[in-house]
Every structure is written in structure tokens, then in C-alpha cells.
Design a protein around this ligand. Structure first.
Ligand SMILES: Nc1nc2c(c(=O)[nH]1)N[C@H]1C(S)=C(S)[C@@H](COP(=O)(O)O)O[C@H]1N2
Ligand SMILES: [Mo]
Length: 427
């Protein structure tokens, strides 16, 4: 018998023994046990669930799988009062329910300005025009035949993530304060490959990228960035892009604000200056205290958040607990994450999980003992350029309080003696 076989048979015998015990306990357990919270399940009794008595669904009962029905609470959520219509709106990634670094495709927050465009891939075209030697039009099949295909994990953060928190703590949950971020493995080709095919003229300094949705989302991207690490992608997490994420084609602009990652990409125009479109003038621009505006603020600075505990994921047990969170930087790789349990007085280094990759979410943990005292939980990200995530008051000193975008200030969660957790600020 193989080692694995032995193991399985031992487990099976234990299971049968447990079943004998449970049979006696069950009669009591079912009626009384589920009536009120007072009756705790006896940890020594293993209830035999129906799965051990009856056959389960056969294969292909569900040709495309979905999560367990017991995970129904793990969903994207929105904030009703935030936007005037469903079509120009946003929902949020349930960060407090996730672990590791990759965001499952169905839980990636969505932000669109004119709803989800439904595009037939066979009819879709990408045009390249403007300051190029050869204006060109590509089908999806053309793009998939380009050499140099890559798979890369990158975070996308909307510049408005945490924007509702500029003037003080507001939303109770990291899903709402920090959930406009996702981290996906993209499949595609370097944008440079396609630009080389069309031949950029020497005076081509900027690109206009345009979406095929009803908003025709457009942004200007400097040519250095476009040639450095931007990708044209058709895949996410090993399969086709989801419609919400730009099926069949999106541009990936690593480390830069999500607004520039145009979905349903249909056109790239080369020019000698930025286009000054709505999304880079009236929007995605921050009014400073002295009346001037910060513009073309492309890079997402280092940021982090403790996802557990957090308001939607309170502490439930005294004794050993695992604090967990996410850190990222649009300038490079996360080098260190510090965690404070007392509102920033004392800091300890968190354990970074695995080897962080550039411009991608990094998971951190702190294993700690909770004695039931109040905590003020904070995290502070440091990247490999030496940039240190600022406090909210440091940020406001430089940026004032008119801003919406680029709020990367340190988040504080108050954990109360009963474990309930709230969004607060410490000064
Ligand atoms: N064509 C198009 N691209 C778009 C948008 C849009 O409305 N239309 N929204 C932008 C904004 S503001 C953000 S933050 C990201 C959101 O990407 P996601 O929906 O994959 O989360 O897409 C960007 N690309
Ligand atoms: Mo955005």
C-alpha cells in the first residue's frame, strides 16, 4: 500500500469512529444547536455531513465552475450614493475575503464610464494611426500571432482609490476604502512590438489610447512608458479577459493609474503632444490648497492596507491571530512593510510572503497574540526606491484637502475590546 493509501485508510477509520459518536450527539445538536448562539458545537464531535452519505453532482454538471454556495458573501460590492448611474459607476474588490496576491477574475473591481461594452472578437479591430510610417489595422488573430508573448502579474489601482477618505475616515471596510485595486496575471504582447511594426516617426512623443465603449475612453501616454513596459493583453488569470475588464483587448500600463489602462482598446494614435482629454484635465487632476493643480500624476505611489482585521473582518478570538495585508508600489518592488498595533508609536516588520515582484501586490503577515486590548492597527509600505508611505496628515500638509485622487496615506483600524473593528484616524 502506498503511503498516501495508508493515510487515506487511517482517515477513513477515524471518520467512521467519529460518525458513531456523532450519531448520538446529533439528535440534541440539530434542534437545540441551531436555535441560538448560546449552544456551541462540541469540538470533539465530527458531524457526518450528507456528502459522506450520498453521491455528489457528476462531472460537467457545471461546465464552467463557480465558488461553493457557502461563499456567497464573497462578492464585489458598491456604495449606492457614490455614483448617479449604474453605467458610470464602480464596485469594489472584497480584499478582506481574499488571500495571497492574485485577484480571482470574478472579484476584480470594475470601473466603467458607459457600462460594459459587449464586443464580438471577430469583428474587433485595433487601428494604429498618426505619426507612424504605416498606419495599420489589426484583427485579434493578427495580434495573437505577434512574437514575444508574455504573462505578467500587475496591480491596477484606480487613482480614486481611498478618494472618499481625503477629509477624514468615512467608509467602514477595506473593501470600500481600498478595494479599487486588483492584481491579475495578464497574457499579451509588448506594445512596443506592434508600434515597431507600424514604425513610429521620430517626432512621435505621446500615444492616444481609445476604447470601443460608448464613453470612447481616451488617455495620453508618454512614448517612453509605452515603449518600456506597456502590454496589449487579451488574457487574464490564464483565460480570456472578462467583459468587465475589457474583452477582447486592453492596454496594461504597469504601476500607473488605472484610468490609463483603456479597456476594449480599438485605436492608438501617435502624436507629438498630449491630447488634454477630459480624463487628464477635469478628471484625474488634483486641486491644491493654493489653487494650482497637480496634473499628469501617472504613478501610483507605495501604499498598503491591513485587510484582516478590518471592519468587515473583525477579530474573533483571543490568543494567536494572523494579521494580514497587501502592499504595492507603482515605482517598483515592495522592500518592507511595517505594522503598528498602537497607532504608529511602535512598529515591527511584517513577514513578507514569498518574493515580491515589481508593480504587483505583495502579501504580508504578522503572527500575534491578542489579549483582548484595544488596538490601533496600521501598516506602512516601503519600496525599493526608498519611498516610505506617508501618514494622512503628512499627505494633507503637501496636498491640502481638495484632492480626490492619489490618497496613499496610512490607514488606521481601531480594534475594540470585543473585536469589532472601525475605520478611524489618529493625528
Ligand atoms: N474603455 C474604457 N476603459 C477604461 C475605463 C472606461 O470606462 N472605459 N475606465 C478606466 C478606469 S477609471 C479604471 S480605474 C480602470 C478600471 O479597470 P477595471 O474595470 O478592470 O477594474 O479602467 C479604465 N479603463
Ligand atoms: Mo479610475
Amino acid at each position: 500500500m502506498s503511503d498516501e493509501g495508508k493515510l487515506r485508510s487511517v482517515n477513513r477509520r477515524q471518520l467512521i469512529r467519529a460518525a458513531g459518536l456523532a450519531a448520538g450527539g446529533l439528535a440534541l445538536g440539530t434542534s437545540a444547536g441551531r436555535a441560538g448562539p448560546a449552544q456551541k458545537p462540541d469540538p470533539l464531535i465530527t458531524e457526518v455531513q450528507d456528502a459522506a452519505r450520498y453521491l455528489g453532482d457528476g462531472v460537467a454538471a457545471k461546465p464552467y465552475g463557480s465558488p461553493s454556495k457557502f461563499e456567497k458573501h464573497v462578492i464585489r460590492r458598491d456604495v449606492e450614493w457614490l455614483t448617479a448611474s449604474r453605467e458610470s459607476s464602480v464596485n469594489f474588490t472584497p480584499l478582506h475575503e481574499l488571500d495571497g496576491t492574485i485577484t480571482p477574475s470574478g472579484l476584480c473591481f470594475e470601473r466603467h464610464h458607459s457600462g460594459v461594452a459587449e464586443i464580438e472578437p471577430d469583428k474587433h479591430r485595433l487601428m494604429i494611426n498618426g505619426l507612424v510610417d504605416k498606419p495599420m489595422v489589426f484583427t485579434m488573430s493578427d495580434l495573437k500571432r505577434f512574437p514575444g508573448r508574455v504573462n505578467r502579474a500587475y496591480f491596477l489601482e484606480c487613482a480614486a482609490n481611498s478618494g472618499m477618505e481625503w477629509r477624514g475616515a468615512q467608509l467602514n471596510g477595506c473593501q470600500f476604502t481600498h478595494g479599487m485595486v486588483h492584481n491579475v496575471v495578464y497574457t499579451g504582447i509588448p506594445l512596443k512590438t506592434v508600434l515597431d511594426e507600424a514604425g513610429l516617426k521620430t517626432n512621435a512623443k505621446w500615444l492616444l489610447v481609445e476604447g470601443a465603449d460608448a464613453a470612447a475612453m481616451t488617455r495620453s501616454i508618454p512614448i517612453e512608458k509605452a515603449l518600456n513596459d506597456c502590454l496589449l493583453v487579451w488574457g487574464m488569470n490564464g483565460e480570456a479577459l472578462r467583459p468587465e475588464q475589457g474583452y477582447p483587448l486592453r492596454i496594461v500600463v504597469p504601476g500607473w493609474e488605472g484610468n490609463m489602462w483603456v479597456k476594449w482598446l480599438r485605436r492608438i494614435e501617435a502624436g507629438d503632444q498630449p491630447w488634454q482629454h477630459r480624463e487628464e484635465t477635469s478628471k484625474y487632476t488634483d486641486l491644491l490648497a493654493d489653487g494650482r493643480s497637480r496634473r499628469f500624476t501617472f504613478i501610483m505611489d507605495a501604499k498598503s492596507v491591513v485587510t484582516n482585521p478590518s471592519p468587515q473582518a473583525p477579530l474573533r478570538f483571543k490568543g494567536p491571530n494572523t494579521l494580514s495585508g497587501l502592499a504595492w508600489s507603482g515605482r517598483g518592488t515592495i522592500k518592507r512593510v511595517d505594522v503598528s498595533l498602537d497607532g504608529g508609536r511602535n512598529w515591527r516588520s511584517a513577514r513578507i510572503d514569498g518574493t515580491p515582484t515589481p508593480l504587483s501586490l505583495t502579501r504580508f503577515y504578522v503572527d500575534f497574540d491578542w489579549g483582548g486590548q484595544e488596538l490601533l492597527v496600521q501598516s506602512r509600505a516601503i519600496d525599493d526606491t526608498g519611498y516610505v508611505q506617508p501618514t494622512k496628515s503628512e499627505l494633507r500638509q503637501v496636498r491640502g484637502t481638495n484632492s480626490i485622487y492619489h490618497n496613499n496615506g496610512i490607514q488606521t483600524w481601531l480594534v475594540k475590546a470585543n473585536g469589532e473593528t472601525e475605520n478611524v484616524e489618529v493625528s
